[in-house]
Design a protein around this ligand. Structure first.
Ligand code: GKR
Ligand code: MG
Length: 428
């Protein structure tokens, strides 16, 4: 089999005004769909974050992708490294924990090749990753502080006829009550069994109060996590962590850097998780030497693909780290890939993060993958088990063209609300 064509389609999916440490989400989340076509007429698909750095990097790789054998991932990966260099520029947006374009190119190619292999041999991607250990993969609710309003076509307005989760997705959530209401709606709709709050937005005391309100509302049977994206100093993290001892399943990236995280970790019994201080294979020796975290959040988009995420899981097993999963806004192709990974990963120890409930559009046949009882059922395959809906893809591409966004820039969006707002990596 030989790859004879690569199609790259940037898309924009509506996204509400969600707040985070880096600012505010724009009305559209940018993604890129990459398709590989083979000489025997098969198509493999992948989805990665959308950015101009990725658009450049994937075009640079085109020359070695065309003609490559999708059944030989090692060879293709080696060719991409030799041709493009492994140190492509970081994605230049205001989200400082974002990752370089190189790993995202590898991710797109790896997922599309696995999808192709699955289709060629009529097996699932999970089978190719070693076998299905769970048919239903658990995800966590992902709460956000947010302004009132929806995103995309709806702009910052709201649909007054909306009910249930659709209404809660539009409603403001700026205090503990708002967060608990959002949690109740998302849990009612999707049956999530654990809950994460994106923190680092308001003063720690306000976010601690929200976590305590969630504990009060849902009881000790529902694991809780908060992620301030390293906006807390070591001292603040220890103080906040002590207040939340016994409340959290894990505390995600309270502070920055492996040294800082290690200092917090020594002071707390609550496990620490990261998608910020240990984010690549090169970071693993430091993680082990310093003891910076208990749990690593893998993400096949940022670690170089699904095979790389399985490799990371093996390192985690060796060095006593738990494995969870990070998410950014994404559509159904990414959710399918995440679910195959979750189905095949032996030491997956936590419900995975997903932003999927925040979106309402998708580019796959059938509209949207279902989250039921907090789980996504493994798509049946072959390959990823999802098909592109060409009309929906064309609409999402048109959204991309019309919205004028080329890169995610949460600080720029935030300045529309608060003129002069600047990202500050450690505020409290
Ligand atoms: O979507 O606003 C967001 C999140 O803050 C995302 O950008 C983070 O990368 O969810 C992520 C995280 O766990 O840090
Ligand atoms: Mg995080």
């Amino acid at each position: 089999m030989k790859i004879v064509e690569m199609q790259v389609t940037p898309i924009a999916l509506g996204d509400p005004p969600l707040l985070n440490a880096a600012g505010l989400h724009a009305p559209y989340a940018l993604r890129t769909v990459v398709e590989l076509v083979t000489d025997n007429g098969l198509r493999g698909v992948a989805e990665v974050p959308g950015s101009s750095a990725f658009a450049r990097a994937i075009e640079q790789a085109r020359e070695v992708v065309i003609g490559a054998d999708p059944l030989n991932w090692h060879a293709l990966k080696g060719k991409v490294a030799a041709h493009c260099g492994t140190k492509s520029a970081r994605i230049d947006d205001a989200t400082p924990w974002n990752h370089g374009a190189y790993v995202q190119v590898l991710s797109a190619l790896n997922v599309a090749c696995l999808d192709l292999m699955g289709r060629a041999f009529n097996v699932t991607v999970a089978a190719l990753l070693g076998g299905v250990l769970r048919e239903r993969v658990p995800y966590s609710a992902y709460l956000f502080y947010k302004h009132e309003g929806a995103g995309g076509e709806l702009g910052f307005g709201t649909d007054p006829r909306a009910t249930g989760w659709a209404a809660a997705r539009q409603a403001a959530a700026l205090d503990p009550d708002g967060i608990v209401n959002q949690a109740r709606a998302v849990v009612r709709e999707f049956g999530f069994k654990s809950i994460k709050l994106k923190g680092g937005v308001f003063e720690p005391a306000q976010e601690i109060a929200a976590m305590k309100a969630l504990r009060e509302a849902f009881g000790p049977g529902v694991p809780l996590r908060i992620d301030p994206n390293a906006r807390w100093s070591v001292e603040t993290s220890i103080k906040a962590g002590r207040e939340l001892e016994g409340v959290l399943e894990y505390l995600e990236d309270p502070t920055s850097g492996q040294e800082g995280m290690a200092a917090v970790r020594r002071a707390l019994t609550t496990p620490l998780a990261t998608n910020m201080c240990t984010t690549s294979f090169e970071d693993l020796p430091g993680s082990v030497r310093l003891g910076s975290e208990d749990i690593i959040l893998t993400d096949h988009h940022f670690w170089g693909g699904l095979n790389a995420a399985m490799e990371l899981a093996a390192h985690c097993r060796t060095f006593g780290r738990g494995v969870s999963m990070h998410s950014n806004n994404h559509g159904g192709i990414s959710l399918a890939a995440m679910t195959h990974l979750g189905a095949a990963m032996p030491n997956l120890s936590f419900a995975l993060d997903t932003h999927y409930p925040w979106q309402w559009e998708d580019v796959i046949v059938g509209g949207r993958l279902r989250i039921e009882d907090g789980c996504v059922a493994l798509p049946k395959g072959p390959g990823l088990g999802v098909e592109l809906d060409r009309a929906a893809l064309a609409r999402a591409h048109e959204n991309f063209r019309r919205c004028g966004l080329k890169d995610r820039d949460d600080a720029f969006e935030m300045r529309k609300k608060i003129p002069g707002w600047k990202f500050q990596s450690m505020c409290w």
